[in-house]
Each structure stands twice: as structure tokens, then as C-alpha cells.
Design a binder for this molecule. Structure first.
Ligand SMILES: [Fe+2]
Length: 363
């Protein structure tokens, strides 16, 4: 077992729950005297939410792609350096919020490339008010201080991470998630389930992070069938509050090459190992598991595993073979999946042979 640290819980984000997001933004604009916001969103949300009509007076970035890259962020940083901006409003899923964190850093520390911002460890500053509004119920990025940026050419995944990158506000309005297609809903709720479990089997956990995670799992397991967006969005933010203090662990370490090399959506890649990891971790997290079983009305790990399996549909397999991975790929995958710092967050010591066994189990 890896040694556990004893940390005090910290998260500074002001969460406005069950709010009318647009009304709330305008209230914050007034309260914080915001005059020149930069709106960040994806093409899909730009159309779907009517961003152009709602924010016609302001600068808008409306083309954040899935898994934003270094090149994309560099180009946008260049475009916005000359804008007069006092705040960033990120409206979207994880990718939009990831990119928005790079832009916040770039507006505080000018003339730096994305890679330089990622490497910057001194204070970033907080001259830019940030308001994050999730449109999916999985990422939790509205309450974390990091964003994931990709270099697809060289198959490298980077994290921009700094205390100054916690958003100032997170507005939760489930109406923005109502039109999520069923597949995307399952993918994102599985990511939230992964964040919750990753924060429980984590050496950095503390009492508060574990309480948030258990509450998130309780809500997810009671709502994955009925797609109650209001509850699933809240669960996703609770899971974010949990892993904002612990970081992710082994399930996410394994997920990144699966997304980069096989295009497995993040929520699937980050959750396809959960069952194996639950089996491995059971004795170390028995107390937390018992609390979860009691809350959701089941008796043991077998029932919990059956529930998790039932979330996947035939369209969303948790088997590597169904996503184009070949058996011969498993050995080369071991090294790529083994990111030392994330593996060390896991409460159990895992070596590369264990990693191969896990990959074989989900093959
Ligand atoms: Fe994740």
C-alpha cells in the first residue's frame, strides 16, 4: 500500500447551483464591474445555446475542439493578446474549460506560448475574473485548477495546473445539459464516476474529498437510469470537488494513451478499468465501499460491479477489443499507461506486471 498523506481540504470556487445561468452571468458582470468578457465555447454550443445572440457585444472564441492541442491554444493566445479583456466566460464541456484555463494564464502572463505557460510554476496572478458553466455532467473542470492540453503529433498529454487557475465562479444550470445525447450522457457520467473512485483510492485523499466522492457516487448510481440531468450535473461537480484535492490516479493514467491512440472517448477510457481497480482496492477502501453500499441499497462488491456494468450499453463497451485495440498492443501499452506520479496516487502499489494484468482483464 502506498503511504497516505494527511491533507486539509481546499477549494475556492464559488458554486452557484440550480441557477438561471444567463441571468446569473449578468448579475456577476454587474457585481464585479465586468465590461469586456471573452466568451469561450465550442462550435456545437455556440449554435445550440445561441451564444452569438446572447453575447453579440463581446469577443467570442467559438471553435474549441475536443481535446484542444498546443497548436490550437498557441494560435488563440496570439489572437487574443491585443483584446481588452477583464474576464473569461467558459461555456462548454471539459475541452472548452481546459482551453479556457490556458487563456486565463495567457492573459495574466503575456507573451508566453502554451508550453511556456504549462511549465510556469510561479504565481500566475488573478487579474481575470473567470466564470465556468458546464454543459456536460462529467468533467468537474469548473471546480479544478488544471486543464488538459494535447500534442497529438508527438502523442503527449500536458496539464496546465496552478492554484491561480481555479475558476472564480461555477454556475450549474442543468438546462444546458438537457440536450446531451444518450451516449454522451453515459460517457460523461462515467468520467464523473471515475473521478469519484479515483479520489477515494488515492493517497492524497482527506475526509472532505472522500465525503464529496461518496455523495457523487450515491447520486450517479441512483440517477444513471433516469438521466436526471440536474442530479447528474451536481454529482459531476461533487466529483470535481473531490478530485480537485487528490488529483486523479491509475484509471486516468491508463486512459490517456487509450484516448490518444485509439480515440476512445475520455469518459470511457477513464472508466473501463474501474471494475478491476475496485477488485484490487477493495480491502483498502472497505469502509468507504460499505458506506456507498448502504446508501444505494446493495450488499457487496459483486452487486456494485453489476450496477456499474449495467451503465454501459452495447454501444459503449468497456472492452479494449471493441475499440480497435489488438492483443499484440497490450505489452507496448504498459509503459505508455504507466505515468509514475498518477500511479503513485493510487493507494495500492502497482508494478508493470500488474498493469499488464489489468489491461488483459479489460481486453
Ligand atoms: Fe476524467
Amino acid at each position: 500500500m502506498n503511504s497516505q498523506k494527511n491533507n486539509t481540504y481546499f477549494n475556492p470556487v464559488k458554486i452557484l447551483k440550480n441557477q438561471n445561468w444567463f441571468k446569473n452571468i449578468n448579475n456577476i458582470f454587474e457585481r464585479e464591474n465586468i465590461k469586456n468578457p471573452l466568451i469561450i465555447t465550442s462550435k456545437g454550443n455556440y449554435k445550440r445555446i445561441g451564444i452569438k445572440e446572447k453575447f453579440h457585444k463581446y469577443n467570442i472564441i467559438n471553435d474549441v475542439p475536443s481535446n484542444p492541442t498546443i497548436e490550437y491554444c498557441d494560435k488563440k493566445i496570439n489572437d487574443i493578446q491585443n483584446f481588452k479583456i477583464d474576464s473569461i466566460i467558459a461555456i462548454g464541456g471539459g475541452s472548452v474549460m481546459d482551453a479556457a484555463k490556458v487563456f486565463i494564464a495567457s492573459l495574466n502572463i503575456i507573451n508566453k506560448s502554451t508550453l511556456e505557460l504549462i511549465k510556469h510554476k510561479d504565481a500566475i496572478g488573478n487579474n481575470i475574473t473567470s466564470i465556468f458553466i458546464p454543459t456536460t455532467h462529467g468533467t468537474g473542470s469548473e471546480v479544478t485548477m488544471w486543464g488538459t492540453i494535447w500534442d497529438m503529433k508527438n502523442k503527449v498529454k500536458y496539464s496546465i495546473s496552478h492554484l491561480d487557475l481555479y475558476p472564480n465562479y461555477a454556475i450549474l444550470d442543468h438546462q444546458l445539459t438537457e440536450s446531451l445525447p444518450e451516449d454522451l450522457s453515459i460517457i460523461t457520467l462515467m468520467d464523473a464516476l471515475s473521478h469519484s473512485l479515483e479520489s477515494i483510492w488515492n493517497v492524497n485523499r482527506n475526509e472532505t474529498s472522500t465525503q464529496y466522492a461518496i455523495k457523487a457516487i450515491d447520486i450517479i448510481m441512483k440517477n444513471y437510469n433516469n438521466y436526471n440531468r440536474k442530479n447528474l450535473l451536481y454529482a459531476s461537480t461533487l466529483a470535481g470537488l473531490a478530485f480537485s484535492n487528490t488529483k486523479t490516479a491509475i484509471a486516468h493514467s491508463i486512459s490517456y494513451p487509450l484516448t490518444m491512440e485509439y480515440n476512445i472517448p475520455h469518459g470511457i477510457a477513464s472508466s473501463m478499468t474501474l471494475i478491476q481497480l475496485l477488485i484490487l482496492s477493495e480491502s483498502e477502501i472497505q469502509y468507504e465501499l460499505n458506506t456507498i453500499y448502504k446508501k444505494i441499497g446493495i450488499n457487496d462488491l459483486n452487486e456494485f460491479i453489476d450496477n456499474i456494468k449495467s451503465i454501459y450499453t452495447t454501444k459503449l463497451s468497456y472492452r479494449l477489443r471493441d475499440w480497435g485495440v489488438e492483443k499484440k498492443d497490450l505489452i507496448p501499452l504498459v509503459d505508455k499507461c504507466y505515468t509514475k506520479d498518477r500511479i503513485e496516487n493510487y493507494i495500492i502499489n502497482i508494478d508493470k506486471n500488474d498493469m499488464l494484468s489489468i489491461l488483459k482483464e479489460i481486453y
